[in-house]
Design a protein around this ligand. Structure first.
Ligand SMILES: [Zn+2]
Ligand SMILES: [Zn+2]
Ligand SMILES: [Zn+2]
Ligand SMILES: [Zn+2]
Length: 122
């Protein structure tokens, strides 16, 4: 059974051996580079796609991270997501008691039909 030539998704050259598979294409190991910083991406690490090229996790976090719907600062890590808008927990206040939420309280946050966030027990 012949597997046919492996053509690199970046340079379109034949890959004799040591190819990597990513984004449904074959790549030379050295050609599988982050489209933003140019760093060689290990196909086993977490990466994303932009314009048919891999984007490494670091660049993805830096360039395409969601911004908080309240303070407009980027959100790394835990966030509250409501209707595709991301929020820092600490940027949200309970509409009833006025206290900000804490990350560890996330299962106590209730979202009312009008979009207000309240403590479950408020
Ligand atoms: Zn190549
Ligand atoms: Zn990168
Ligand atoms: Zn915020
Ligand atoms: Zn409250």
């Amino acid at each position: 059974m012949s597997e046919g030539p492996k053509i690199c998704g970046a340079c379109n050259e034949n890959i004799p051996n040591h190819w990597v598979i990513g984004l449904d294409k074959f790549w030379h190991q050295d050609c599988f580079c982050c489209g933003v910083c140019g760093r060689v991406v290990d196909a086993k690490e977490t990466f994303y796609e932009k314009d048919g090229k891999p984007v490494c996790h670091r660049c993805q976090t830096k360039n395409f991270v969601e911004k908080c719907g309240v303070c407009q600062e980027p959100i790394i890590g835990n966030r509250m997501i409501y209707k595709d808008i991301h929020y820092h927990y600490t940027c949200l206040n309970c509409k009833k008691c006025g206290q900000p939420f804490k990350e560890e309280q996330h299962d106590q946050i209730k979202i009312l039909e009008n979009g207000d966030f309240v403590h479950d027990n408020c």
